[in-house]
Design a protein around this ligand. Sequence first.
Ligand code: FVH
Length: 284
Amino acid sequence: MSSVSLLGLGAMGAALARTWVSAGHALTVWNRTPGRADIEGAKVAESPHEAVAAGRLVVVCLLDDDSVGAALDGVDISGKDLVNLTTSTPAQARARAAWAEERGARYLDGGIMAVPPMIGVPEAGGYVFYSGSRELFELHRDALAVPVGTKYVGEDPGFAALHDVALLSAMYGMFAGVAHAFALIRREDIDPVAFAPLLGEWIPAMAGPAVRQTAERLKSGDYTTGVVSNLAMQVAGTPTFLATAEGQGVSQELVRPYFELMRRRLDVGSGEEDLTGVVDLLLR
Ligand code: FVH
């Protein structure tokens, strides 16, 4: 069992820490605010210097990239294997990788696709995207797989963050649709709890095929062959959705921007396509 040093005992860090201790790894922890979490079986370091010095594998799970810079400022990380599970932008992850390498450390970036209750619960399906040094990922794969599953997505240290943010952005789009749907029924004699399974089954029934077909169309460049619900028909339906929102006293602000993109794509003569062309409209 390799030893692990962990900086950050917030909600996520504490959950990670407990799994390494349970699995028998020698764990040294540090948190800016002492006593934030009691990790039974872990050695508590008095400083980031002490935590980093304790072992080769150093995992950081802090609030944001600035906190990583603050915690590791002036700490000797040469010869260490730094795994950064802090949510970052791809640019921050790439800069942090260069920063670590300049200081003699090897670097792996991670994007956590789980919430704390999913940590240490394999059946919950959480995982971490990793990118950066493949050699480092392979070397520490077993230790990294203890809290939650692993998915390595490439040598570019920004790719884990990019995958993380892409999936979370899709999630927020989905949450926006859910909020709009509940708002539409909110003032009616419709039980939201009875409505929920209808919505909960509809979303994956639509999302699964749409995600797969969009990917295939983006790859092939063919946005029209085999289209079932074409853009012209879908744009013709949008006034109905907007009028329904109006009629229910619901703001159009969540759905209108997407409908406007659909209209713009139609206006350039893409009525026989599906919705894939919206992806291209978003590129600046
Ligand atoms: N919790 C979640 O649901 C999500 C799930 C997906 C991944 N995120 C990311 O994980 C990172 C850590 O999140 P967290 O849940 O542990 O966050 P907090 O409970 O707020 O703990 C934050 C820790 O960061 C320390 N910290 C903040 N600023 C500094 C600083 N300038 N120097 C050193 N440490 C700092 C903070 O220390 P303290 O406030 O207790 O002293 C906590 O240890 C995060 O990137 C999520 O986006 C979690």
